[in-house]
Ligand binder design. Structure first.
Ligand code: ADP
Ligand code: MG
Length: 395
């Protein structure tokens, strides 16, 4: 028995959410906006190194019913959390408030820091991206609020999407206090249906890569291990610091500038064995993203799958951000016939992604679920990742 998390239809979420908004606060929302979570197909821990990654938006989204108020009160509530928050933006700043409300409030704060006059707002959210599964429910939450404010507050609509994404990154880094490199927010705001997004994190330039994965008889299967990813314990920050320090030693601004064809010479300049492995992951991973995009263009699914497996091995052995559940998911998927599989997101839990023939998808999910049961892990859940569209108003 496997559990599948289907993406709901907009109307099945937006209507009830608007009604709950009205029940709670006595007036209808001005509208309902939705922003997708994402799955990164390849290119992990490259974003903060100015590198390349290839995410796509999920059909699973976070919905936000929003109304602008005549005063400066801000109220936020979530269908996924008992505690709401009420106050004014004067109470919001770096590291405050604590808790989930920091994400939506951070967006408002970051916009006001840019000089926009943000009025009072009522915000009720319902997130259909699993929380804390490495599928970026945090960016989906930020971006759902960001596009609502863009439509409701004068002047914000003139911000280019790259800057609106940066506002969401600031919200997460500064107010919520979580490190994030910018891939998640860029994807949630800029993805296109039927495409993976080749994102260059040096300048956040985007190349949309057509990927009619279903028409080719394949499917991207997301395996949510349900092992909570705990990057907060400093592992993410430690990796990031190691990369920055290594770039300093190598005399480059970011590891993106390291010449992959002369990698061994560059690695020889680093004293520490662990740092050498970290750098090797980042530089080879950026190359794999390029090769993966080429493989997609050539319709070479087997090559794409092999690159996913190589990415996983590099993340497991060189970057050391995998865990038993992720390794089990990848191995079991491979044994059950996946063309390729890898951990996705920051690691230490969260999700894996597998490229499978459509006809094999159920069998691969069964194989992974059985392997989890055999090891005594919590039952995983499965999502089908159809390349989906960006954050937008739905009602
Ligand atoms: P991920 O982005 O991979 O899902 P994060 O740890 O970055 O994991 O973000 C998860 C956090 O974002 C949650 O713990 C919660 O604080 C917040 N969050 C995301 N979606 C919602 C939601 N719908 N309602 C309330 N909080 C949410
Ligand atoms: Mg997140």
């Amino acid at each position: 028995m496997t559990t599948w998390l289907e993406a709901p239809r907009d109307e099945d979420v937006a209507g009830p959410l608007a009604r709950r908004f009205e029940e709670a606060w006595g007036t209808a929302p001005a509208g309902v906006w939705a922003a997708p979570g994402r799955v990164n197909v390849i290119g992990e821990h490259t974003d903060y190194n100015g590198g390349l990654c290839l995410p796509m938006a999920l059909p699973h989204r976070t919905y936000a019913a929003v109304r602008a108020r005549d005063d400066d009160r801000v109220r936020v509530r979530s269908a996924q959390e008992d505690e709401g928050w009420e106050g004014t933006l004067a109470e919001v700043g770096p590291g405050r408030p604590k808790g989930w409300a920091a994400y939506p409030l951070g967006v408002l704060w970051a916009l006001s820091e840019k000089g926009f006059h943000i009025p009072g707002l009522d915000v009720l959210v319902d997130g259909r991206v699993p929380l804390g599964s490495g599928l970026s429910s945090s960016a989906a939450l930020e971006c759902s609020v960001a596009v609502a404010v863009r439509d409701l507050v004068d002047g914000v609509g003139a911000l280019p999407l790259t800057e609106l994404a940066q506002v969401c990154v600031t919200a997460e880094n500064v107010v919520a206090g979580a490190s994030t490199g910018g891939m998640d927010q860029a994807t949630s705001l800029r993805a296109e249906p039927g495409h993976a997004m080749l994102l260059d994190c040096r300048d956040f330039g985007v190349e949309q890569v057509p990927w009619r994965v279903g028409e080719q008889g394949y499917e991207l299967l997301v395996i949510d291990t349900r092992a909570p990813h705990a990057l907060v314990d400093g592992q993410y920050a430690a990796r990031r610091r190691a990369c920055e320090d290594a770039a300093g030693v190598l005399g480059v601004e970011t590891l993106r500038e390291v010449d992959a064809t002369a990698l061994d010479d560059q690695l020889a300049r680093l004293d520490d064995e662990t740092v050498r492995r970290r750098v090797r992951h980042v530089v080879t991973e950026i190359e794999r993203v390029r090769q993966f995009a080429d493989a997609l263009a050539a319709g070479d699914t087997d090559a794409a799958g092999a690159l996913m497996l190589a990415s996983h091995v590099s993340l497991r052995d060189d970057y050391e951000v995998s865990c038993a559940e992720l390794d089990t998911a990848v191995e079991a998927a491979e044994q059950a016939g996946a063309v390729g599989a890898r951990m996705t997101g920051g690691g230490f839990g969260g999700s894996a992604v597998a490229l499978v023939r459509e006809a094999d998808a159920a069998g691969v999910a069964d194989g992974v679920a059985e392997a989890f049961a055999a090891r005594g892990f919590a039952a995983p859940q499965f999502l089908t990742a159809t390349p989906s569209g960006p954050a937008a108003r739905v009602v």
